[in-house]
Design a protein around this ligand. Structure first.
Ligand code: UD1
Ligand code: CA
Length: 464
């Protein structure tokens, strides 16, 4: 059967009280609608239509070509929303997963189970349901005496008896595509909210003698529909737990789950250990046998195997194998560390490529630089790369020694094997194997220390 998907994402999400459109609120760093779209992609839906309305341009810009879009310019309800997809997919033959953009925890496995159930039952629609200890706010599944689903009743429309039902509609369904769009034509807005409810397709199809099925998920987290920040926080907790478990089962050691944050798209190799306070965000890939943390934040970066990063921050960087970073290093965008590099304490690197085995062990700033292999940059040495208007490049070739507290005033090149003496301010290029010394010559004045103290004391007395 051809698989299609309709993702509802046109609502404003008033209850979020936010400037950001609801479905773009992230859960574990990824917008809710992207979680939903990923799930339908994973079950191989051939076409996915996202219904956009509030923030349509922002949602489309974010999802790009991953989906087709139908605009719902006025939010007249979930049924009206799905109708907007009719010009695109109304004549397709197949099954359609309808899913809300605010249910980020629904898994591909559950969608597969829902479809299998739908096909086994030969149903016109199958509803993904859950039994909630507190069903408040959700549509309730009303079953007849034979146990079959009669209808779905919204919180605002239900009587006391209906609202006592704990089985709820998760907002995810599997429909026969043609029957879906035919049924939608008969949905009215005669209800407490004056909306065209998608859920009204259930009694409509039933009256036509069609089979209605329900598949209950036992994982209650999957049914969370995020309408406010309280539910957003619940969704975050569940997703966090789920991601941590996935990584642990893949061989990652997480010392303290509660203080470790792993983004939805992060990849981590086996035998890597995450210490407390580790935050891995965006498209980050960490290799095997690494030690990350404590208190380390890494975003949109790639880290090789056997690397150690402690108490540090890295964003948009590439780190090789067996690299040692920190404590307290700041790796800024464009930085690339080759294998076996050492970056020590209080070092900031920006747009700096550091070659194999080179060391920047303490108190340095290296920006807009190319550093070869086997280089040692002494304590406190810096590149002066910025004149207030322009950025300039520093090139340090292989096997160079930069003495402590040197200033390299860019643009400047230090040739292979050169030696820059500590405390030098280098303003012009240093040739291969040359020694550069650029500091005032020292002069010692014998016994002058006592004189200068006596003079200072006298001034203090005078000013009393
Ligand atoms: C809906 C279901 C309810 C279910 C719950 C599960 C209906 C009538 N009710 O209620 O049975 O228990 O989801 O979370 O379907 N949307 C549009 N256009 C609209 C209205 C909504 O695109 O005109 C989108 C929203 O952006 C949201 C989704 O549809 O992503 C669900 O809408 P929402 O208003 O949150 O529905 P609920 O009241 O939660
Ligand atoms: Ca909702």
């Amino acid at each position: 059967m051809k698989r299609l998907a309709v993702v509802l994402a046109a609502g404003k999400g008033k209850r979020m009280k936010s400037k950001l459109y609801k479905v773009l609120h992230p859960v574990c760093g990824k917008p809710m609608v992207a979680h939903v779209l990923d799930a339908v992609k994973q079950i191989n839906c051939e076409r996915s239509v996202v219904i956009v309305g509030h923030g349509a341009e922002t949602v489309k810009a974010y999802l790009g070509e991953r989906a087709e879009y139908a605009l719902q310019s006025e939010q007249l309800g979930t049924g009206h929303a799905v109708s907007q997809a009719e010009p695109l997919i109304g004549s397709e033959k197949g099954i359609t997963i309808v899913i809300c953009g605010d249910t980020p925890l629904v898994t591909p496995e559950t969608l597969e189970n829902l479809i299998a159930h739908h096909e086994a039952e030969g149903a016109a629609v199958s509803i993904l349901t859950a039994s909630m200890p507190d069903p408040t706010g959700y549509g309730r599944i009303i079953r007849g005496e034979d146990g079959g689903v009669l209808k779905i009743v919204e919180q605002k429309d239900g009587n006391a008896e209906e609202l006592a039902v704990q089985e709820i509609n998760t907002g995810t369904y599997c429909f026969d595509n043609e029957l879906l769009f035919a049924a939608l034509k008969n949905v009215d807005n005669n209800n407490a909210q004056g909306e065209f409810y998608l859920t009204d397709c259930v009694p409509i199809l039933r009256e036509q003698g069609k089979r209605i099925a329900a598949y209950e998920t036992k994982d209650l987290s999957e049914s969370i529909g995020v309408n406010d920040r309280v539910a957003l926080s619940d969704a975050e907790q569940f997703m966090r737990e789920r991601l941590a478990k996935k990584h642990m089962l893949n061989g990652v050691t997480i010392i303290d789950k509660a203080s470790t944050y792993i983004g939805a798209d992060v990849e981590i190799g086996s035998d890597t250990i995450l210490y407390p306070g580790t935050i891995l965000k965006g498209n980050t890939m960490i290799g095997e046998d690494c030690t990350i943390g404590p208190n380390t934040e890494i975003e949109n970066s790639t880290v090789g195997n056997g690397t150690i990063i402690r108490q540090s921050v890295a964003s948009e960087v590439k780190v090789g194998d067996r690299v040692n970073v920190g404590p307290f290093a700041y790796l800024r965008p464009g930085t690339e560390l080759a294998d076996e590099v050492k970056v020590g304490d209080f070092v900031e690197l920006k747009n700096a490529k550091i070659g194999h085995g080179s060391k920047v062990p303490h108190l340095s700033y290296v920006g807009d630089a190319e550093v070869g292999s086997g280089v040692n940059i002494g304590c406190g040495a810096i590149t002066a790369n910025y004149d207030g208007y322009n950025k300039f490049k520093t090139i340090i070739e292989d096997d160079v020694f930069i003495g402590s507290n040197s200033n390299l005033i860019a643009p400047v090149r230090v040739g292979k094997g050169a030696y820059v003496v500590a405390g030098s301010t280098i303003t012009s290029d240093v040739g291969e194997s040359d020694l550069a010394i650029a500091r005032a010559r020292q002069e010692n004045k014998a016994g002058y220390a006592d004189k200068i103290r006596a003079k200072a004391k006298a001034i203090k007395e005078q000013n009393k």
